[in-house]
Design a protein around this ligand. Structure first.
Ligand code: NAI
Ligand code: MG
Length: 483
């Protein structure tokens, strides 16, 4: 029996005294913090409070960082034994664990994500990536790329704002394990945990120049991509910028991996465990405010169970707590930026205009900052913009299907192919569907599960290459596919 009884929650705010944010930051080049010239603010999107000012790297700083990375590559890092490199990676992993609360609070402040997610997902997974790759550093001969595969050299790495420290870990850990050095640029709205990571590199006594961190916007990113001293580009972000990068590196010798957008289908068959599926639907689209490339943003419901699932889903959504990201009870935090909230508002308006039906629970949103209530659209057709374009927000588009074949056809009818979810009690149906789906990651009776040992990446416009696992490691080594 469903109960309507609701308990009031007392506020449970995490203290922010553990973080020490400077009013201004420079860049981290050759093991030292160097003053920057132009600065721009980074804000807390939940309050619009300015947290700090970070520097915008131009040509001079990019040149200096690439030069430092090259020097460190030639003189120390590529010469060091894998066993020794592994020790540094273990050390970084342990420091991330020791300072996990500090990182979690800083990530929540700069990004707007709930402290519960920063604390339980972002930071532990970032540490796990360093632990996992520390284990690879002295075992590269067994990566399947022949005896003693060689690193590529200097990697230019550009990351987005949705999982700032975790995306840094996805990029830096395999690069370092394989013997490369890096120049990394965090996103302009979330630079603070990358700058704290620079302090961790100092604390771990990582040799100077192995990791260089430059802050800046897309123009800094473009300088890194175009730099002739960079051997490999690893990018996570929009498909639009991914295409620009692909065009830029095409005539060069640079290797490239791209992890881009998605519009994942989360398919619920009529034999699915409905209550579990509802939890998976909520996790699939409302985790991290829906700022997730692999979010389950298209819900495909088998027609005969659609009413029941929607009824239970709406009931569950009434209980989602939206608000102060630093409150430990919060489920959905702030939208990361003014640009992102206007994109979400525009796409949701397109949903209304094209005739889909919008529904949100009754939730009170804070007056300051950028907020969007968890939202579902029903009556969505495949032609609607909200069924085709990545919204990257807490907005779910619901479609229905009658037969399994129709589910697969609809799921694959997208320019993307990053992830998918299948909810069914039948193993045979799950295996059949997962073979038909053109998506890099497929979850069955769960969603948004990540592990450093598991390769992650997409088909079609969702990107090139894989990150994580042995496949991800090979993108940082010269071998069969990477001369
Ligand atoms: P973006 O792709 O512009 O930004 C991602 C990173 O690339 C940032 O560090 C940015 O400074 C850098 N960048 C921008 N232009 C560049 C260029 N020409 N060359 C090199 N680096 C460049 O993404 P943005 O504008 O923040 O978000 C727009 C949309 O992209 C979102 O609404 C979402 O749909 C999608 N997105 C997807 C992500 C994913 O994880 N797949 C992550 C972030 C955004
Ligand atoms: Mg910020």
């Amino acid at each position: 029996m469903e109960s309507d009884m609701q308990f009031e929650y007392a506020a449970a705010p995490e203290s922010r005294t553990i973080v020490n944010i400077k009013s201004k930051y420079g860049h981290f080049i050759d093991g030292k913090f160097v003053a920057g010239s132009k600065h721009f603010p980074t804000i807390n999107p939940a309050t619009e409070e300015i947290l700090s000012h970070v520097a915008k790297a131009g040509k001079t700083e990019v040149d200096a960082a690439v030069k430092a990375a090259r020097k460190a590559y030639l003189s120390t890092w590529s010469k060091m034994s894998g066993k020794e490199r592994g020790k540094y990676l273990y050390r970084i992993a342990r420091i991330l664990q020791e300072r996990s609360r500090e990182f979690a609070v800083l990530e929540s402040l700069d990004n707007g994500k709930p402290i519960r997610e920063a604390r339980d997902t972002d930071i532990p997974l970032a540490a796990a990536h360093f632990f996992y790759h520390a284990g690879w550093a002295d075992k590269l001969d067994y990566a399947g790329l022949g005896i003693a595969p060689k690193p590529l050299g200097v990697a230019g790495q550009i990351i987005p704002w949705n999982f700032p420290l975790l995306m840094l870990a996805w990029k830096v850990a395999p690069a370092l394990a394989a013997g490369n050095t890096v120049v990394l640029k965090p996103a302009e709205s979330t630079p603070l945990t990358a700058l704290l990571f620079a302090q961790v590199c100092q604390q771990a006594e990582l040799p100077a120049g192995v990791v260089n961190i430059l802050t800046g916007d897309g123009s800094t990113g473009a300088l890194i991509v175009n730099h002739p001293g960079v051997d490999k580009i690893a990018f996570t972000g929009s498909t639009e910028v991914g295409k620009i990068i692909a065009r830029t590196v095409a005539p060069t010798n640079k290797s490239v991996t791209l992890e881009l957008g998605g519009k994942a289908a989360n398919i619920v068959f009529d034999d699915a465990p409905i209550d579990e599926a509802v939890e998976g639907i909520v996790n699939g689209i409302f985790f991290n405010q829906g700022h997730v490339c692999c979010a389950g943003s298209r819900l495909l419901l088998q027609e005969n169970i659609a009413d029941e699932v929607l009824h239970k889903l709406k009931n569950r959504m009434e209980k989602i707590r939206v608000g102060d990201p630093l409150d430990k009870n919060t489920d959905v935090g702030a939208i990361n930026s003014k640009e992102q909230i206007s994109k979400i508002i525009d796409l949701a308006a397109a949903g209304d205009q094209e005739g889909a039906e919008r529904w949100s629970p009754n939730c009170k949103l804070p007056t300051k900052g950028f907020w969007f209530a968890p939202t579902i659209f029903t009556g969505v057709t495949q032609a609607h913009r909200i069924a085709r374009e990545e919204i990257f927000g807490p907005v779910l588009s619901v479609l229905t299907f009658r037969t399994p074949a129709e589910a697969i056809e609809k799921a694959n009818n997208t320019p993307f192919g990053l992830s998918a979810g299948i909810w069914s009690e039948k193993g045979s149906r799950t295996l059949w569907a997962s073979q038909q789906l053109r998506a890099g990651v497929i979850w069955a009776n769960t969603f948004n599960k990540f592990d450093p040992a598991s390769p992650f990446g997409g088909y079609k416009e969702s990107g090139w290459g894989r990150e994580g696992g042995r496949h991800g490691l090979s993108a940082y080594l010269k071998g069969a596919n990477n001369e």
